[in-house]
Design a protein around this ligand. Sequence first.
Ligand SMILES: Nc1ncnc2c1ncn2[C@@H]1O[C@H](COP(=O)(O)OP(=O)(O)OP(=O)(O)O)[C@@H](O)[C@H]1O
Ligand SMILES: [Zn+2]
Length: 501
Amino acid sequence: MTDIQLYNTRTRRKERFEPLDPANLRMYVCGPTVYDRAHLGNARPVVTFDLLFRLLRHVYGADRVTYVRNFTDVDDKINAAALARKQAGDPRPLEELIRERTEETIGWYHADMDALGALRPSQEPRATEFIGQMIAMIGDLIEKGHAYAVEGHVMFRVRSYEDYGALSGRSVDDMIAGARVEVAPFKEDPMDFVLWKPSDGDLPGWDSPWGRGRPGWHIECSAMSHELLGDSFDIHGGGIDLQFPHHENEIAQSCCAHPEGGFAKVWMHNEMLQVEGKKMSKSLGNFFTVRDLLEQGVPGEVIRFVFLSTHYRKPMDWTAEKAREAEATLRKWRGLVAGIEPAPSPAPEVIDALSDDLNTAGAIAALHGLAGAGDLAGLKASAGLLGLLGGKMTERGGELTADDFSEELGKFIKLRAEAKKAKDYAKADRIRDLLSRAGFSLKDTPDGTEVSIDMLRLAQFLPSSRHGEVRVYVMQPGTEEYAETVSGVRKFLRRELSALT
Ligand SMILES: Nc1ncnc2c1ncn2[C@@H]1O[C@H](COP(=O)(O)OP(=O)(O)OP(=O)(O)O)[C@@H](O)[C@H]1O
Ligand SMILES: [Zn+2]
């Protein structure tokens, strides 16, 4: 059995990983609050823990690893986003706007993370589906003296848990000094944090022994991980920004509610994606989204490769130069392995590197070694373990060109020219607009009208879900999607043509 070493934030050293139950490995990773598109920083834990998931599946067996990553779909940021829409004049009830917002965001998240080659976790629980378990856990904490109800709130009594701060290696008093703790008159102690809070008006709320309200953020993860993974599980992950207070609070809640279990054995944290030395974050406004990059034509596989080039515990920047180098390497390797059957197993040096606390830079160096030595079957199998070179080619959009529709487009251009000549500018504009809806833009030049095609617009325009936003980047001539896209667009153009004439 391969020996896996992982750095445990809690003990602050690399440890030999020993599963609690080798037949049932369990990992929980804090997922996104679904109120907006994921920024590039949010993708870093996804790629990091996807890689760990793949490694564990390889070493222990694919059906022996359970990976849970939650969606936080009840949160004040979501409420604020929905409220903004309502204030902008949307007549629908807030509840409906909230649901629409979270559904939409989860769809975006899946599409973007799929594009990075991340496997879907085994389970993706939504907080709103586990409110009952949260209420039960909070009730239990009150009974055990670790929490108190006050003014419609339930607060966790931090001083009741002796080991509070162990994960960060700091005392409660140091943490108070360094943190922005919310002062509320009803708190027994400034460190106490919210387990439950009242909801008034049309804010989302559930009935509870403490009145109509909603859970605090931290209790969500404690309740969901307990429900799905039990009192003790192997690995808990997330970004280092969550270490305090979120993970300290999760530990306090879970260990006080279930003192018989050990909660998470290994704590793993990815470092931050930075912009000029600062964490990329929504609140600082220094972010761009995964979707922005995909739209610029950067293949998801390139984004993944750039992440993997830096060790997950080191801060990193995104640069266009890194993306260019990654793309050149991937293209070269794809050229080499085309048509080659992958070896039955990844190369030992690649497995060894990954097993050393996910030494991805070492693994990539080993891939270069395999390519250099001409071991192409080994290269293909080993790259697969890193989630690279698999499946379809992640080509830039653009294989599909306006030439594919030259017959139909020619007719539109002719009709538009005729309309202009007859001074029917409304009709000429209508033709331009309907083409632009499908992603075609027209440019008049002295030599005639040039047509260019915006792949993303085109993919979004097509109604079928097979043509989701991501697909377009993986479309190649000769594939089924390609043929479907061409015929879908052609149908639309013909229908509009016959309506015009
Ligand atoms: N710049 C970053 N680099 C790496 N990981 C990050 C970064 N920003 C957030 N994360 C991680 O992304 C995951 C999702 O976090 P969450 O949804 O709470 O982010 P957010 O609140 O939208 O982001 P922000 O911190 O920008 O407000 C968490 O695991 C978090 O640690
Ligand atoms: Zn969490």
